[in-house]
Design a protein around this ligand. Sequence first.
Ligand code: LMR
Length: 397
Amino acid sequence: MLETIATAPPDPILGLTEAFNADSNPDKVNLGVGIYKDAEGRTPTLDCIREAEKIVAAGQTSGGGYLPMTGLAEYDQLTIDLLFGPASAAVREGRVLAAQTPGGTGGLRVAGDFIHAMFPEARIWMSCPTWANHKGIFTASGIAQESYPYYDHATGSLDFDGMTAALSKVPAGDVVLLHACCHNPSGMDPDPAQWKQLAALAAERGFLALFDCAYQGFGDDIDRDVAGLRAFADAGLEMLVASSYSKNFGLYNQRIGAFSVVAPSPDAAMAAMSQAKLCIRVNYSNPPAHGARLVAAVLGDDSLRARWQTEVAAMRDRINSVRRKFVETMASKTDRHDFSFITTQRGMFSFSGLSTEQVHALRDKHAIYMVDSGRISVAGLNDHNLERVCSAIASVL
Ligand code: LMR
């Protein structure tokens, strides 16, 4: 049976890392996958995590059995508080429940399976463009997909009018996927007033929002980056959230995220989570413990939490300073293309505006890797490679 199987195409993002790893050029640069790198090109282990490792190791007297299907309870509550804020009415009223998942991708897949099981007719509306893996996840869950305009390529800005015009036609019973912050791949987010407008639109139309929150802290700060989902919660709306600690805790390979549900009543939240547990059980049964213990050790301790916030701010500041340096360096090399929009974007990613042909030329001639769409992971730039990357980009323009 296996002899007849054809080779699958490489993943547009993770397949790029495979090609990068196989490249023997010592000057190669990976601007593909969204993994934070420091000024030396390394992905650091945060100091707060080093401390948390000690705390977790000291507290471990045995390996323990399985975690519950919904993961570590303390982690789930801390995640809810981080997303919505402990003062949130929905949280205080017990209408928010979370389940620890294997990464944000795991959270999205639980959300997808849950949506398909509960609302088989629901379609999911995704921004155009969106993270390359969204389509695959919701296809795997069996959900029909639609898209709404989001990004104006001509100006490098958010197409809010196009977005709201399309969302004004979404029928009740459909689901709208929204990026909580640091939109992947464009780096453009709605502002607080626009989030309120979107919440009003959701209330008027009756669609269900699913927030993908993978970069909390990389945009403006921990709280401002969740202004969107808090605006929806404040408007009394139901919602689903898939969130990740890969980036903001640097815990990429611990696979640590969550699926959260905000329901109209505590009973409705419990019922929804009981259904989500069915999706979890047939998918991965229960999540791994270590990453959750680390995150809970940090978020549950005032001084470690403060240290974490400082470390997230340092990552954010470095990315923003690299954005500025990139724009300045490009301006010194070419006047054929204005890259200044890149400083208005937030998070790890920006659309460079490069065509697929230009992206391929950068890969083939200069060993500089970026996603075919022209998305660059700005976090991969540093003082050692910036000059070379900018010269190479200028040469393909
Ligand atoms: C990305 O978009 O590069 C990240 O979210 C990593 C991934 O899994 O694709």
